[in-house]
Design a protein around this ligand. Structure first.
Ligand code: NCD
Ligand code: ZN
Ligand code: ZN
Length: 348
């Protein structure tokens, strides 16, 4: 039987980059139209590292939401060597803060903006473990001796396993997983470990980025991997495990910074995110897991209620727009100009 339409509880996006300023104003409505909540990444030029910054950023996001959209941003602190513990605890207790984010150790040269040695934040991790605040990890290890395609699998060995031995009850979201090793790691873990999966890592493998010319709009971090890994992500969803959920990692960069001799990593998927997921879930015969992946598994892990309203996905031709004007330049949506076979609409 061919499915013509699906109605699901309003989903959430557990991993978005809204940026700031005019980009924020341009991109927020694409998410707020279809998603009830979004976990907003803190990696701004001035990262979200305290309640004052988080509160002001949250306000700028809310101001960018169309008045008819029902949407709440969920704020995240970026962990740093110098994170102030009582700020974090207050933020969580006041309901401003939903999670903490750990970017690859050493990646951030400035210790005010990142963690240079995980042991420096063991006291913080111990408190967030006790309070049940989720730790969101960009699970890659950026080391000179590691091949770029192995950053994620090496991260499991050198960071994740020791971290979980030290803090077994720390709730961890392994963000945007891309490898069979990460999928296996999450499946073999307990209720304290979950993962988000992006549409691009389900739909494509690295051939897409390289064959017929280099395609900067397929360049994101973690990189697209080989077909073996793509298949492992699909198989992980097909187990029905409720610790995999939707996180687009929509990461807009202006066209000049994407189509450049040294282009930025990030796929801007929010304008068509749900259509992308519906397309890939149908293609690989996983539609029976679609609503749980989009709308139930995330709230369950984050201990939040499922959204009340509903979204409809309909099987009808949907041509992705070529570009969106922004900051005297453009944002190029993922799969710009291509035809998708699903469209999303809001049920009023
Ligand atoms: C993200 C960004 O542009 O901020 N880029 C990406 O390719 N995913 C960073 C990130 O999610 O790690
Ligand atoms: Zn990331
Ligand atoms: Zn991201």
């Amino acid at each position: 039987m061919t499915v013509k339409s699906i109605i699901i509880s309003r989903p959430d996006d557990w991993h978005v980059h809204f940026r700031d300023g005019d980009i924020l104003k341009t991109v927020v409505p694409f998410t707020s139209k279809f998603f009830g909540r979004a976990v907003v990444m803190p990696n701004l030029t001035q990262p979200v590292i305290n309640n004052r910054i988080a509160k002001l950023y949250r306000k700028r996001i809310i101001d960018a939401v169309n008045s008819e959209h029902q949407f709440s941003p969920l704020m995240v602190f970026q962990l740093t060597d110098n994170i102030i513990l009582h700020e974090l605890v207050c933020g969580f207790e006041n309901g401003l803060l939903t999670a903490c984010k750990l970017y690859p150790i050493n990646k951030v040269a400035n210790p005010y903006y990142g963690v240079t040695d995980i042991k420096k934040i063991y006291n913080v991790l111990s408190v967030i473990e006790d309070l049940g605040i989720p730790l969101l990890v960009h699970g890659e290890i950026y080391e000179k001796y590691v091949d770029v395609f192995d950053y994620e699998s090496e991260f499991i060995k050198y960071v994740m396993i020791p971290l979980r031995l030290q803090f077994p009850k720390l709730k961890i979201v392994f963000e945007h997983i891309t490898t069979k090793e990460a999928a296996r790691y999450v499946l073999d873990s307990d209720e304290f470990v979950a993962a988000t999966i992006t549409p691009q890592h389900l739909m494509f493998n690295r051939n897409k980025m390289f064959i017929g010319g280099i395609k900067p709009h397929f360049y994101c971090l973690p990189l697209l991997k080989s077909i073996v890994h793509q298949k492992a992500l699909l198989d992980a969803i097909k187990t029905g495990c409720d610790r995999f959920f939707l996180g687009t990692d929509t990461a807009p960069h202006l066209k000049i910074y994407k189509e450049s001799s040294c282009g930025c990593a990030g796929v801007f998927s929010s304008p068509i995110a749900l259509a992308l997921y519906a397309t890939v879930f149908e293609k690989f015969d996983m539609l029976k897991y679609f609503e749980a992946f989009c709308s139930f598994n995330g709230p369950k892990f984050y201990n939040l209620p499922v959204n009340k309203n509903f979204i409809m996905l309909t099987k009808k031709e949907n041509i992705v727009c070529d570009s969106i004007f922004c900051c005297n330049d453009k944002l190029i949506p993922f799969l710009a100009g291509e035809k998708l076979s699903w469209s999303a609409s809001v049920i009023k």
